[in-house]
Design a protein around this ligand. Structure first.
Ligand SMILES: Nc1ncnc2c1ncn2[C@@H]1O[C@H](COP(=O)(O)OP(=O)(O)OP(=O)(O)O)[C@@H](O)[C@H]1O
Length: 485
């Protein structure tokens, strides 16, 4: 139990510190089955199978030495049979390893389908696709059943070959041993002992084969676990960067180009140059897919630019301590997901300072979330689950979380997209408050779709196809067709 716990801890921490691009290429179902069933299998190998194999090797070696001392001729004939058994055992072991890998793969795929269906249950219900979803799940279960059937057949063959070879040793021992008694090479007592120890040897070989097959199954399943555990943490967690005395919030993108590692052929940003001054409010606008969120992803150092660099207060992002920097950035993403915790913990989430209830309430008031939180059954203690809050309410909680950090750089990525007209008005008020708060000077980047939202901005950056089309004040922007009114 302790071993499973430690394996899970190690794997979980190895996964937590990977680059974000790693999570783009792995599926949630696969990773959760690695943490669950696979860790259990690995601990079984280490805790059980290896012990049994060692015990049987020692027992088999003892029997072999004793058999050799009784009659090397008889032992030789037994050894031929044992070698045949070992050959079959190796083949069987290899087969089990392959089968185990397939089992893990199909189980992960089945889990993935189930997870996806349950989390998108509303869409499934609305489109009436329950049967299709069942079909998708069943398809993986069929594949699993197929592998399991083949494993049972292979086990049957392995067992049959053992029985045949085991009985052959006894027949050979009686035949060769009988002749040896007649020629006076051994006595009847020695032959009896020989047959007994022969049984020991062959049973030990069989048990080694059996445990080895189960070991191979686990090895097949655990290969990926060890592979994942061996992944080095992302560079940003290894190198200790600089911490500046104060963050002014001067952001520069210098000739930045970028492609996502999972789609390395597609350029997403091309030669982007922007300089955002301290305390400036800059709105980034552009059609869907033009690369606005990608700019923010690079600024948060979730990905590294393929070319060029990003400077904060004149220092390259790579030189700065990433934890220190992220503590000074408030970020509200698109459709911000909340954690299954109470509202107060969701607002406090990741805040490095000691936080009092009044601080949380103040941030919630600034984000226009306080009133609706108080109207919930248990106020700030209410547990957040998917159905409880509307998109706009979730967004206001995420804004409160960002405000609570009192960040030097505030990033609102399409913070208004999920909001109705009333809530959008609140967000504009938040922006205005943030802007007019003379005590807290902060740089604000807001990605928006509505012209009205960006009126408060000092400058507008218009993006198109991964490039900057235009930069200027709202009233001078020519590409007005891209805004919603
Ligand atoms: N994790 C990812 N892996 C691969 N490609 C991605 C990834 N995220 C975004 N892209 C691609 O990068 C391009 C730019 O996406 P991005 O999200 O930056 O656009 P956007 O301007 O913010 O769009 P929207 O307004 O719809 O959010 C798109 O073509 C998108 O498909």
């Amino acid at each position: 139990m302790n071993l499973v716990k430690r394996l899970r801890e190690r794997l979980y921490s190895a996964l937590l510190f990977q680059e974000i691009s790693f999570f783009d290429s792995e599926t949630v179902g696969d990773l959760t089955s690695r943490l669950g069933a696979d860790c259990q299998q690995v601990s079984r190998v280490i805790g059980n199978d290896l012990n049994m194999i060692l015990r049987d090797v020692v027992q088999g070696m003892g029997a072999l030495i004793y058999l050799l001392s009784l009659s090397w001729r008889l032992t030789l004939s037994t050894m031929v049979i044992c070698c045949a058994l070992v050959m079959i055992m190796l083949l069987y072991g290899r087969y089990q390893k392959k089968a185990a890998k397939l089992t893990q793969e199909f189980t992960a795929c089945a889990n993935e389908v189930a997870q996806e269906t349950f989390s998108l249950m509303r869409t499934v219900r609305v489109y009436g696709t329950e049967k299709q979803e069942f079909g998708r799940y069943e398809q993986w279960l069929k594949k699993l059943a197929d592998v399991s059937l083949r494993q049972s057949v292979a086990y049957g063959w392995w067992h049959l070959s053992f029985s045949i070879l085991y009985h052959s040793t006894q027949v050979i021992a009686v035949l060769v041993g009988g002749t040896s008694i007649i020629t006076g090479h051994i006595t009847a007592e020695q032959l009896t002992k020989f047959i007994m120890y022969c049984e020991w040897l062959i049973y030990s070989t069989w048990r080694i084969g059996d445990n080895l097959a189960s070991l191979m199954q686990s090895v097949g399943a655990s290969e990926k676990v060890f592979q994942l555990m061996d992944f080095a943490p992302s560079d940003q967690f290894l190198s200790k960067g600089m911490k500046l005395q104060r963050l002014m919030g001067h952001i520069e993108f210098v000739n930045v180009s970028f492609r996502y590692p999972s789609r390395a052929m597609v350029p997403v940003l091309q030669h982007v140059n922007i300089s955002i001054h301290p305390s400036e409010v800059v709105a980034i606008v552009g059609l869907s897919g033009s690369g606005k969120s990608t700019l923010v992803n690079l600024l948060l150092r979730l990905y590294e630019p393929t070319e060029g660099q990003i400077l904060i207060d004149g220092f390259s992002l790579r030189e700065l301590d990433i934890k220190w920097l992220r503590e000074r950035i408030g970020f509200v993403g698109q459709e911000p997901p909340l954690f299954r915790m109470n509202i107060i913990s969701n607002i406090r989430y990741g805040c490095p300072r000691d936080i009092k209830q009044e601080d949380v309430e103040f941030a919630a008031k600034q984000a226009y979330a306080h009133d609706f939180i108080l109207s919930l059954p248990e106020g700030y203690e209410t547990l957040v689950d998917d159905d409880l809050l509307s998109g706009g309410q979730k967004q206001r909680i995420a804004i409160a979380r960002a405000i609570l950090r009192d960040p030097d750089i505030l990033i609102l990525d399409e913070a208004t997209s999920a909001l109705d007209a009333e809530s959008e008005h609140y967000v504009k008020e938040v922006l205005r408050a943030v802007r007019n708060d003379s005590k807290a000077k902060r740089t604000v980047i807001v990605i928006a779709h509505r012209l009205s939202t960006i009126q408060a901005a000092d400058r507008i950056v218009v993006m198109d196809g991964g490039q900057i089309l235009e930069v200027g004040q709202a009233r001078h922007i020519r590409s007005k067709q891209i805004f919603l009114v």
